[in-house]
Design a protein around this ligand. Structure first.
Ligand code: FES
Length: 109
């Protein structure tokens, strides 16, 4: 049995600015990670949703990369490209609280 309803990993990896691979940190992932943590706490999701910063998730070109694992999610997780605070709020509301992955924000691979 999973420990959390949802376990969220947000890539906060940072590469040098001149690195051609780029990095999620340069796309604002630290602020997105922080907002996700704060909002989940405000919504009383502690113990149900765990939010962790992660190293590179090997989806650099599609970042900021976020993956959600959960008991009712597919085993490979639900991968998102979350660019804005509004994107994060949508995933919190619809997926982490409502249980329905947000197709419009799924990562295009
Ligand atoms: S730097 Fe974020 S997925 Fe690689």
């Amino acid at each position: 049995m999973p420990r959390f309803d949802h376990h969220v990993f947000v890539c906060t990896n940072e590469r040098a600015a001149e690195d051609p691979k780029g990095s999620c940190a340069h796309k604002g992932s630290a602020a997105l990670h922080q907002h996700l943590k704060v909002r989940c706490h405000q919504l009383g999701l502690k113990g149900k949703v765990r939010v962790n910063a992660a190293g590179c998730l090997d989806a650099c070109a599609q970042g900021p990369a976020v993956v959600v694992y959960g008991a009712n999610d597919p085993p490979e997780g639900v991968w998102y490209t979350l660019r804005t605070i509004a994107d994060v709020d949508t995933v919190i509301e619809q997926h982490l609280v409502g249980g329905a992955p947000v197709d419009a924000l799924r990562m295009r691979r």
